[in-house]
Every structure is written in C-alpha cells, then in structure tokens.
Design a protein around this ligand. Structure first.
Ligand SMILES: Nc1nc2c(c(=O)[nH]1)N[C@H]1C(S)=C(S)[C@@H](COP(=O)(O)OP(=O)(O)OC[C@H]3O[C@@H](n4cnc5c(=O)[nH]c(N)nc54)[C@H](O)[C@@H]3O)O[C@H]1N2
Ligand SMILES: Nc1nc2c(c(=O)[nH]1)N[C@H]1C(S)=C(S)[C@@H](COP(=O)(O)OP(=O)(O)OC[C@H]3O[C@@H](n4cnc5c(=O)[nH]c(N)nc54)[C@H](O)[C@@H]3O)O[C@H]1N2
Ligand SMILES: [Mo]
Length: 711
C-alpha cells in the first residue's frame, strides 16, 4: 500500500488526501440536543463523524445514534427524487417525477380542495424533525387553516400544558443548584446522555436523588438515594399522598402558599384521600417509602423535579398526574427560586436558550380567522386552548367519520402513522384521503401510502439556525453534497408558497431572511453567525434571575400558582377537573384475559422511534424486537431468554423475543415501539387517551402474554 492510500484509509484530513473536517449538527434525536459533529468529508461524501470539541453543549460527545450518522444519511432507502404513486396505497410502487411536476400537482390538488371544501379540509402534519415547524405552521395559516399539528401532539406538550395550567408558562428544573432532585421517570442514560451527565455532576456536588420509576434502571443504580417503584401510571396517587403527608406534618412553606398559591385548601382536602390506608394498594409503593421520601423533602433546602416529556404524560391520567407532581414544588416553595423550578420560555424550535427571538410572532403572523373547530379541538378543548393547533390524535377519526367536517387531504413532513395508537385505523384513514403528500428522507411505511413523496435532505446537507442554553446561537453550513435531488423542508415550503400564490411575501423570502427577522433584537445576523463557523454567545442573552416572575405575578387567572385551576373551572363544558384528581390508568379490556400491563415507553439507547431500526450498526446491538418481563412472570409462562412470545390485546397480537429481567416488576411488560414487523401501536386502543391533553396512553394498556406455540 502506498503512503497516500494509507492516509486515505486512515481517513487523515490533509491536502494530500483531500479529506476535510467540517462542523455540522446531528439532528437524529431531539432538538433539545443537536450535538456538534466533526464531519470527515471527501469529494462531498461523508466518510466518518466524530464529536465536535468546540461545541458548547455536547463538548466533543456523541451518543450511539450520533455516531451512526453515516449509516443514517446513506441509508439504502433514501428517497432520491420526487415520486408519484403508481401502485396501490401501501404497495410501494412509484415513478420518479420532476420537482416541477410535483409542485404543479400539489398546488393544483390542494387549491382545488380548498376551493370546494374549504381550507380546513387540508391538514398539515409535521412529524420529526422540529427544525421546519415555524414554516409549516405559517404555511398552513397562510393557506387558511389552523389544522396544523405535529408529533408534539404526543410528546412533551402535555407537560408544558400542565405548567401553563398551574403557572401560566413553562418551567424547568434548576438541577445544578438543587439540594434534592425528584427524578420522576428520569432515565436519561438511554434517552438523553447530556442530561445524565448533568445529573452526575450535580450528584458529585451533593444533590440527592429520589428516582421514581417502575424499573430498576441505570439511573437508579448510579444516582438514586431512594428508589420508588410505582406501577406505570399511578404517579398521581403517589404524588397526592406525598402532598398529603407533607401537609399533615407541616413540612410545607406556609408563607409561599399564602402569597403565591391559589387553591391550597381545596387541594389539601382532596389530597387527604391519599394516605397510609391506600397508597400501596393504588401504586405498589409501601407507605414507609413515601414517608422516607417526604422526610428527604423536609430536609432539603431546595427541590426541583424532572421535566418529563413522555412517560408521565403517556397515560390516560397523564396530565393530571403531572399536575399532582408539580404541586409538590408549590407546597414546598420551590417555584421560581434558585434550585427549584424556574419559569422559562422557548427561544426557537422548542429550545430554551435564554434570549428572545421573534419566532412566535413570525409563525403566527398570518393566523386565519378561527371559524370551524380545528381537528381535535372539540374532543380536547384544553389542548386547543393552550396550543392553538390541531391535536393529531383526532385526525384519523375526523377523516374516517367526516365530523364536524370532512378532511380530504394531508400534507405531511416526516409523518409516521406508526407513532399513533391503533395505527391500522390511522392507515385506513390515510387510505380514504383524496390526496396525501409526505416528505421524508426515507421510503417509510407512511410514504408508501402517499400519492406523492418528496425527498428531503438531512441536517448534514442543509444550513440551519441552532440555539442552545447559555445564550448560544449557530448557523450551520451544508457539510456534504445532497443525496439525490433532495431539498430541505423549508425550501420545499417556500417553493410551494410561491407556486400556490399564497400571497405570503415572508415565506417567499426564504429561510435566511426569515431567520434574520426572528433574530432582530438578539444582536446577531445570519451572516455574522455563518462567519463565526461555530456556536457563539449572543449579545441578547439575559440569564434568568430567580424570583423575577413571582414578583410580577404569574400569567394565570389568579396571578398565582394554581393548585385549583381557574382556567378549567371557568369552562365547565370541558368536563375537566380544576384539581389534579386521580383515576386508574388502565383501559377497559377484560383483566382475566389480559392480566398484564403493557408499557411501551422506555427508550433503547440504539433506537429512536422508527428512525434507526434500519441502520445496520445500530440494529446489530439488538437485532430482534425484544420485550422485558419479570423473571417471575417468565417462569410462570415457561419463557426463557430469546423465546418467541406473543403479546396480545383485543386489537391484535405481535410476536417478540422474551427477555426475563429482574429490572421489571411482576405483572408489567416493557416493549419498545417503532418496529414494522412487531408494531406495538397496533395493540393500542385509539380511544385510550388523556382527555386533558389528547396524549395516547402508550404506557399502560392491559395485555396478555404467552409463549408462541411451535409450528
Ligand atoms: N408505543 C409508543 N408510541 C410512541 C411513543 C412511545 O413511547 N410508545 N412515543 C411517542 C413520542 S414521545 C414521539 S416523539 C413520537 C415520535 O414520532 P415521530 O417523530 O413521528 O417518529 P419517527 O418514527 O421517528 O418518524 C419521523 C419521521 O421523520 C423523518 N425525518 C427525520 N428528519 C426529518 C427532516 O428533517 N425532515 C422530514 N421531512 N422528515 C424527517 C424520519 O425519517 C421518520 O420517518 O412517537 C410517539 N409514539
Ligand atoms: N435513545 C433514544 N433516545 C430518545 C428517544 C428514543 O426513542 N431513543 N426518544 C426521544 C423522545 S421523542 C422522547 S419523548 C424522550 C423520552 O425519554 P424519557 O422521558 O426519558 O422517557 P422514557 O425513556 O420512555 O422513560 C423514562 C423512564 O420512565 C419509566 N416509566 C415508564 N412509565 C412510567 C410511569 O408511568 N411512571 C414513572 N414514574 N416512570 C415510568 C421507564 O421505565 C423509563 O425508565 O427521549 C428522547 N430520546
Ligand atoms: Mo417524544
């Protein structure tokens, strides 16, 4: 081998090899992270990735998923050109067409439906990623409808809604300064490694951790000073019991309650129903452990609580359970003080960076008049009240039933019907549409249902604004050549806005002009950010001063932290409770036939929803869809590790591999979602949802399990 070949094989960046290292961003997982990547590039092709040392947030780190970006970007099923369906829906037979043909057809069809059935007959659905959401929302508005909705109809928003009800805005834990952290469903080694690292730093500095998780997780093993193990979906009863114990013992902050809390008496009277006599029966957690947790709360100078995106809200009682958890912070005076829960705002695409952009103003500038109810508005009125967008969980029903009016077309970006409960019903609804477009990187099961499929590029192939906590902003530049004829989501929306003559000059002006508009007041421009080449601290950064919001009064009807919600009380027609009341989390299936609880929350470190099951590297870490069940249940069912077992509900049966584990409670089975061949959402009940938020109850469904009979 000659020297040059050796250098190339070793992927050494230098003039001889022509290999360059370019900074870019990983957008495979949550935009809460968007870790920095050093991309090794030759002739426009990605050779390998490493963590980017200069990145203020990820500081050289990358997780399993991030390290697999090459496999992701060049996945075999990347879509290369716009496609028109020629086979039946779902069959996967398509014919390449030009962008011009695709735009022409979309414009014609959507405008014709708007003309005949009204703008609301078209729904705009954003799945992953979040980067284009302000544009899709504005596009829907400029088209004339509030029927814009996203995957956030099942993720994170319910937690924010709980905070909006209680405190009028979002709040986040000031973990670094907390004496005690309530790690409610806190398992970030699998779902968010930077947060796990922050927890380790806090632990080393003396923070105590109570972890509340049905499973024995790495977090429990590494961080927990106390582990409470409720059954899935019973956190509300547990939190109410803790509230009651704190009140009965006087371990509360009376001054804070007097000055800043609304509804204490009503809350205390309700919480009194949860105590030594029933907490273990309701939650599985012995009273002695509840008492121990309350003693730790009594002894802590400051307390904050995990901001849960999924496991607490993914229950039919999810929002109420989360409200019951947030109440503990109000009772102990840990809202808006150092080391407690701090009021906060989003900067841009759900990031919290400590400076204010004009994103919200921009994306809602063309909001149409509210005439017909948005999809899901009647069924989930609190959702619509706080979010002003459709609740996508109700979309399939409205398409199928045509009430209160028919939805005839869906324009999707990264839409994935498999994320929704009883997804066979969702697929049938898509099949009924007059017109369905989906834009994605890959030929997914959902794209196969579409009439037109548009190829989009990855974060490595586009430039975009990133914002990060601590006041950082970055404008990335494309690091590699685009795969095929793919375009960025925002380019597609701009092109279409022009083609459809939506009369929206801002949309027509394009991404960079729009970002400059949003950044006015932040003290930087797109050009300056581009020149910087890496994240920079912006002049408009203002770190939050704890106590500032309380001094002003909260944005709730009473101006206080509401344990009793005046917003909900003012709307008796919603049929919701102003107090954080508790109900059993399970569905109505026959418990004799379905004696187990199926929990399909809990992340795998090497998977993210459906996105990575087809990336070989990652798939090799656990090639088969595998469910975790308790050792006791496995023995009773005659199951050993690696056996085929059936999981079933009244909706269907899937076959998975069994993994008996001491980490799981008897009676509960954990299985990860997103597999086409063992699709847990096909087992779910589309109506087993939270009436407050609309969130599906993915984490507590009655099911049966048995060993699969050998043929
Ligand atoms: N049973 C069960 N179901 C669940 C959950 C659960 O815990 N259990 N979790 C829920 C939660 S929390 C969430 S967030 C949802 C996730 O739901 P989704 O985000 O809808 O899930 P994905 O399967 O990742 O589908 C996203 C699609 O977006 C595509 N995509 C990626 N980047 C881009 C981009 O830049 N542009 C475009 N146009 N497309 C892109 C991907 O290729 C993929 O096909 O699932 C929910 N469903
Ligand atoms: N590797 C990887 N990372 C991800 C994702 C992924 O799919 N894979 N998804 C991303 C997305 S979109 C999201 S929303 C987040 C979600 O990430 P997290 O919020 O961390 O959610 P999970 O990992 O589902 O659950 C965390 C823990 O909650 C426990 N749990 C489940 N049900 C309950 C319950 O009812 N009560 C209590 N107290 N605990 C419960 C589980 O046992 C688990 O250990 O992760 C993000 N990061
Ligand atoms: Mo999520």
């Amino acid at each position: 081998m000659d020297k040059l070949e050796e250098l190339i094989r070793a992927k050494i960046p230098c003039p001889e090899t022509g290999i360059e290292v370019k900074h870019t961003v990983c957008a495979i997982c949550s935009p809460a992270y968007n870790c920095g990547i050093d991309a090794y590039v030759k002739d426009g092709k990605l050779l390998k990735v490493e963590g980017m040392d200069e990145h203020p947030r990820s500081r050289g780190g990358l997780c399993t998923k991030g390290l697999s970006n090459r496999g992701y970007v060049y996945r075999e099923d990347r879509i290369l050109t716009p496609l028109r369906r020629v086979g039946k829906r779902g069959e996967g037979r398509f014919q390449p067409i030009t962008w011009d043909e695709a735009y022409g057809e979309i414009a014609r069809k959507l405008l014709a439906i708007r003309e005949k059935d009204g703008a609301d007959a078209v729904a705009f659905f954003g799945g992953y990623n979040k980067w284009y959401r302000p544009w899709l929302r504005r596009f829907a508005h400029s088209f004339g409808t509030l029927n814009y909705g996203t995957e956030s109809s099942t993720c994170m928003t319910a937690g924010w809604m709980a905070w909006k009800v209680a405190a009028g805005q979002l709040a986040r834990p000031d973990m670094a300064h907390s004496d005690l952290y309530l790690g409610w469903a806190f398992e970030r080694y699998y779902s968010g490694y930077l947060n796990a690292q922050a927890a380790e730093r806090a632990k080393a500095a003396g923070t105590k951790f109570i972890i509340i998780d049905p499973r024995v997780t790495p977090t429990v093993e590494k961080l927990a000073d106390l582990h409470l193990r409720p059954w899935p979906g019973t956190d509300g009863a547990l939190a109410l019991c803790m509230g009651n114990v704190l009140i009965q013992n006087g371990w509360i902050d009376r001054d804070f309650i007097r000055d800043h809390v609304h509804g204490f008496e009503a809350y205390a009277a309700y919480a009194a129903g949860f105590g030594e006599h029933n907490v273990e029966r309701l939650t599985g957690v012995p009273y002695a452990q509840v008492l121990k947790a309350c003693e730790m709360i009594r002894d802590a100078r400051s307390i904050s609580s995990h901001e849960t995106s999924a496991p607490i809200p993914h229950h039919k009682n999810g929002l109420q359970n989360y409200r019951a958890i947030t109440a503990l912070l109000a009772l102990t005076g840990n809202f808006d003080r150092e080391g407690g829960q701090l009021p906060t705002r989003h900067t841009f695409t759900h990031q919290i960076s400590g400076f204010e952009t004009r994103e919200e103003e921009w994306m809602d500038a063309t909001e149409p008049e509210h005439q017909r109810p948005a999809v899901g508005e009647e069924r989930f009125p609190l959702w619509f009240h706080t979010e002003r967008e459709m609740q996508v969980v109700d979309l399939a029903r409205q398409i199928q039933e045509g009430t209160p009016y028919p939805v005839k077309a869906v324009f999707g970006m990264g839409m994935n019907f498999r994320m929704l409960p009883e997804d066979g019903y969702v697929a049938k609804a898509l099949d009924k549409l007059d017109f369905f477009v989906n834009a994605d990187l890959f030929m997914t099961d959902t794209c196969k249902m579409a009439d037109l499929v548009l190829p989009v590029c990855s974060s490595l192939e586009r430039g975009e604004l990133e914002t990060y906590p601590g006041g950082y902003a970055w404008f990335t530049q494309p690091a590699i050549d685009r795969v095929g004829e793919s375009k960025s989501d925002v380019e597609i929306l701009r092109d279409l806005a022009v083609r459809m003559d939506l009369g929206d000059e801002e949309l027509a002006a394009g991404y960079e002009a729009n970002i400059d508009y949003m950044l006015a007041g932040v003290g930087v421009t797109v050009d300056q950010l581009k020149q910087a080449g890496a994240p920079v601290k912006v002049p408009g950064y203002r770190p939050y001063v704890p106590g500032a919001k309380l001094a002003q009064g909260l944005d709730t009807p009473s101006g206080k932290f509401e344990l009793y919600s005046q917003l909900i009380a003012a709307h008796p027609e919603w049929g919701l409770d102003p107090l954080p009341t508790y109900c059993d989390p399970l569905d109505g299936a026959d418990p004799e036939k379905h004696p187990f609880v199926l929990c399909s929350g809990g992340r795998l470190p090497h998977a993210i929803h459906t996105r990575l099951h087809k990336v070989d590297w990652l798939r090799s870490m656990q090639p088969e869809p595998t469910a975790q069940l308790s050792v006791e249940d496995a023995q009773a069912l005659g199951l050993e590790a690696g056996d085929d077992m059936e999981l079933y509900t009244p909706r269907g049966t899937i076959v998975v591999k069994a993994k008996p584990s001491h980490r799981v409670q008897k009676g509960v089975v954990f299985f990860y979602h997103g597999y086409s061949e063992a699709d847990v959402n096909s087992l779910m009940d589309k109506d087993h949802v939270d009436p407050y938020s609309g969130f599906p109850a993915y984490n507590a469904t009655r099911c049966g399990m048995r060993k699969k009979a050998q043929p």
